[in-house]
Design a protein around this ligand. Structure first.
Ligand code: GCO
Length: 488
């Protein structure tokens, strides 16, 4: 049938994150972040790769923005490294760090590219981790707010779109449950406590934003995966509901409605792992509402009911011990019987209808339409897809070209579903593909490539880091030029 066009000012964009592209890890006064330290722990990342140099965007941002301009990009989403602005996490401001982002923003604006600025993409300053355990302390709320206010003050007239926290669900789970990200902890109770503190930091910062950037728009970027039931058995459907509540609504309800979902909270409370709510917390959460929802979409999850009984607290230790993730991003236990307390209410299984990438991520374009539909009706906010893309091995051919037809196919299939979602009635303001250039995959090194622009390198930064547009770069340029009108 007939499809609505993409809106006239649709933000066709691309995204990145500071640690994954910048390099210059200690340049011009920058302090260390938890990632600068964590990647040096043997065995934690693919072949010990780190972001010390990354793709050296810190020194080559002009070249990168020139490539964005040439492509016709309408928006560029990037994150600010907190420890560039405040090397100690709080206190003394590093002007050189602020100037770097100001230069980048000015360069974008000079080329009519809308900056979308992420405040936190996983890199809390190591100084704050050392001082008070980072997000496990309520002091982090004020320190984060101070950091955000510095950026609001400086860039309020230049940056309209702001993202508060990137994938809070992902970095708390990987950092505090799976021991796969810093701070390298495996303790669900601590995870839920830290997560609550981050919710408060998010709310407080949105309040500051209202005061300092009255004409801007702010929202979190949530890593959303719609949960599917394995089949129509009511037990499995109930498990999918549990999955949706524990992996999605648990965060989104707080962002948008300022309160934890009641049933979910009760279950965690029963298990002794619900966060500690202090006087004033609920009022703060309710006083801050985002202007839009950022949605990072890669894949959903398929679940069935677990055969093991709802665990009692005494089991917790034993269950934790057995637990090992295959790919921590999939949050799927190797031994499906080994569960942490609340995830035992559903068990992840592969979806027999879907193919996967080389890293086992399901490829599910229809899922992005399902995701946006569910989110529109439950939360009723405008949305921006702030990430979506394919990690793949790319081959640089002898003639220096990269034929990434598989990436074109992946992106095209997803963008067509966006158009259907818009036709359905979803209010979508933009789409930022992940990523603009190739970059460091946190745990998978430089061989897992996502970019429109190839970075000529090996795992050890021993090449020139030359930029080479891939075939998908020219494909996206055309999509932007025609505002997606050829996609159906
Ligand atoms: C990876 C991941 C990341 C994330 C992004 C989340 O391979 O490391 O895919 O690149 O997508 O950082 O916001």
């Amino acid at each position: 049938g007939h499809l609505d066009p993409f809106p006239k000012n649709f933000l066709w964009g691309a995204a990145s994150a500071a640690y994954q592209i910048e390099g210059g890890w200690n340049a011009e006064g920058k302090g260390a972040s938890i990632w600068d330290q964590f990647t040096k722990i043997p065995g934690k990342t693919f072949e010990g790769t780190n972001g010390d140099v990354a793709v050296d965007h810190y020194h080559r941002y002009k070249e990168d923005v020139a490539l964005m301009a040439e492509m016709g990009l309408k928006a560029y989403r990037f994150s600010v490294a907190w420890s560039r602005i405040l090397p100690e996490g709080a206190g003394e401001v590093n002007e050189a760090g602020l100037q770097f982002y100001e230069n980048l923003i000015d360069e974008l604006l000079a080329h009519h590219i809308e900056p979308v600025l992420t405040l936190y993409h996983w890199d809390i300053p190591q100084a704050l981790q050392d001082k008070y355990n980072g997000w496990e302390s309520r002091q982090a709320i004020d320190d984060f707010d101070q950091y955000a206010r510095i950026l609001f003050d400086r860039f309020k007239d230049k940056v309209k779109y702001w993202v508060s926290f990137n994938e809070q669900n992902v970095f708390t789970a990987l950092g505090y449950r799976w021991q796969a990200h810093p701070p390298n902890v495996s303790d669900v109770k601590r995870m839920f406590e830290a997560n609550h503190i981050i919710n408060l930091a998010n709310a407080k910062t949105i309040q500051s934003f209202r005061e300092l950037v009255p004409n801007g728009q702010i929202g979190p970027s949530f890593g959303y995966g719609p949960m599917y039931s394995f089949d129509c058995s009511p037990d499995n459907v109930l498990a999918a509901l549990n999955g949706e509540e524990f992996q999605n609504h648990w965060w989104l309800d707080v962002y948008v409605h300022g309160k934890y979902p009641k049933v979910t909270f009760k279950q965690l409370d029963r298990l002794g792992i619900a966060p500690t709510i202090e006087a004033g917390d609920n009022a703060l959460l309710q006083a801050a509402k985002p202007d839009f929802l950022g949605v990072n979409y890669y894949h959903g999850g398929t679940v069935r009911a677990n055969e093991i009984e709802f665990p009692i607290q005494e089991n917790e230790q034993e269950l934790e011990k057995d637990f090992q993730a295959t790919d921590p991003y999939l949050m799927k236990p190797k031994d499906e019987q080994a569960q942490t307390p609340e995830t035992s209410m559903f068990t992840s299984v592969s979806n027999p209808h879907l193919e996967t990438t080389k890293w086992g991520w399901e490829i599910d374009p229809v899922g992005i339409r399902i995701a946006l539909r569910r989110l529109q009706n439950r939360y009723d906010l405008p949305m921006m897809v702030t990430e979506n893309g394919l990690g793949a091995y790319d081959e640089l051919k002898a003639d220096k070209t990269i034929d990434d037809d598989y990436r074109i196919q992946y992106l095209k299939d997803h963008v067509v579903e966006l158009r259907k979602a818009i036709t359905d009635g979803v209010e979508l303001i933009g789409y930022c593909a992940w990523s603009f250039t190739d970059l460091l995959s946190w745990l998978n090194g430089y061989q897992k490539r996502y970019g429109f622009v190839y970075i000529d390198r090996d795992e050890k930064d021993e090449k020139e880091l030359g930029r080479i547009p891939k075939k998908s770069y020219y494909w996206y340029k055309d999509v932007i030029e025609t505002n997606g009108s050829d996609l159906k």
